[in-house]
Write a protein that binds this ligand. Structure first.
Ligand SMILES: *Cc1c(COP(=O)(O)O)cnc(C)c1O
Length: 369
């Protein structure tokens, strides 16, 4: 008997979530209404921040933030060499220059020791990514940014609920960015949110997401800048509000699955992720490194034959065609850890809906590589 294929990711949308969406559809108020406001309040309360701005997707959060901060041509923004491509694309989209820094070989997060050496008089911001849901050394990064008068933006797309020394990822920099793509802990299909304690920035972001409307004034409709339309729909927000109630359960379930992987994957050719004691991982992705004796593409194919979806987990951004042609960086030499994670890494399925039998099957398959 052949078992059903186990995909790399699969969102857990329940009947109760669907009912909440349908309720909103029945009201006829479909865009940026009560549910968006409710979701924003819930995120603020959870993270302990004063402003949350829900938008259309995780990439828009950072694009709007860079716009609001006035980052433009001639400005440099430090980004990790390993991330989802969007982290660097948003810098390009406002005309800025991404300056890549290699990642740590074990945490896959930006190598803090290398940040200072990349700061120049043109550096305006650092975008620190909490890669795969493991909080970066964000307090140390914050200190470097403060010392140099550089803005810190957190790309916490994968890291809702992740923590560093008891502080939530996304709540430490000037702005924190979240994504609600189906690969993340809670999802609205497409969706994103920015959090900030800076009221001025929050109002700029509220203007930018809604055509440039004067967000500080409820009494009149005036447009004070040329903005975007990045409003979230109310039915998407209802879906998020409904799943948000389960967030802690989702994170706990993921931790339990990760614990099984960490104790039962015993293949010496596979390097397991490490989680420092000061951090709470949100396990958006369980990422292992294959040693030199294993070929990444061959392993993905073999896992597929065994009924399991796997893939590499993030791009070595300077090695992607656009960046390679524009900046001509030798990633293998300049960003060896990011390049290795990109070419020798493997993301394996980890989500709430996995049954014990499926988890057994995944462990057995990885052990057989
Ligand atoms: C998912 C992700 C994004 C982009 O989010 P979208 O909602 O897909 O636009 C950005 N950065 C990181 C690190 C991500 O994982």
């Amino acid at each position: 008997m052949s078992e059903a294929f186990i995909p790399l990711a699969s969102p857990d949308i329940r009947e109760e979530d669907i009912e909440e969406v349908v309720k909103v559809l029945r009201t006829g108020n479909l865009v940026q209404g009560k549910s968006v406001y409710e979701f924003e309040q819930k995120v603020c309360n959870y993270l302990g921040v004063s402003n949350c701005i829900a938008v259309t997707n995780g990439t828009a959060t950072m694009h709007l933030t860079l716009k609001a901060l006035g980052i433009r041509e001639g400005d440099e923004v430090i980004v990790p060499a390993l991330s989802y491509i969007a982290t660097a694309n948003v810098v390009e989209l406002v005309g800025g220059t991404p300056v890549f820094v290699d990642t740590d070989p074990f945490s896959f997060n930006i190598d803090v020791k290398q940040i200072e050496g990349r700061i120049t008089t043109r550096t305006k911001a650092v975008i620190a990514v909490h890669e795969f849901g493991l909080a970066a050394d964000i307090l140390a990064i914050k200190k470097i940014c403060d010392d140099h008068g550089v803005i810190l933006i957190e790309d916490a797309a994968c890291a809702l609920g992740a923590m560093e020394q008891g502080k939530y990822a996304g709540s430490i920099g000037l702005a924190g960015s979240f994504s609600f793509h189906p690969r993340k802990a809670i999802t609205s299909g497409e969706g994103g949110a920015i959090v900030t304690n800076n009221k001025k920035l929050a109002n700029e972001l509220r203007s930018l997401r809604n055509h440039g409307i004067d967000a500080g004034r409820a009494d009149t409709m005036d447009f004070v800048m040329a903005g975007f339309n990045c409003r979230m729909t109310d039915f998407q927000a209802a879906l998020l509000v409904s799943q948000f109630k389960r967030l802690e359960d989702i994170l706990q379930t993921k931790q339990q699955i990760a614990d099984r992987y960490l104790s039962e994957i015993k293949n010496t050719k596979v390097v397991l992720p490490r989680v420092p004691e000061t951090k709470r991982h949100s396990w958006q992705t369980f990422y292992v490194l294959l040693d030199e004796s294993l070929d990444q593409k061959a392993c993905i194919a073999r896992m597929k034959e065994m009924g399991i979806g796997t893939n590499y987990g993030a791009q070595c951004i300077p090695a992607q065609s656009y960046y390679l042609q524009k900046y001509k960086l030798n990633s293998q030499q300049e960003y060896p850890n990011a390049f290795r994670a990109y070419t020798q890494g493997l993301a394996i399925p980890l989500y709430e809906k996995l049954s014990d039998a499926q988890i057994d099957q995944i462990i057995k398959a990885v052990n057989s590589l």
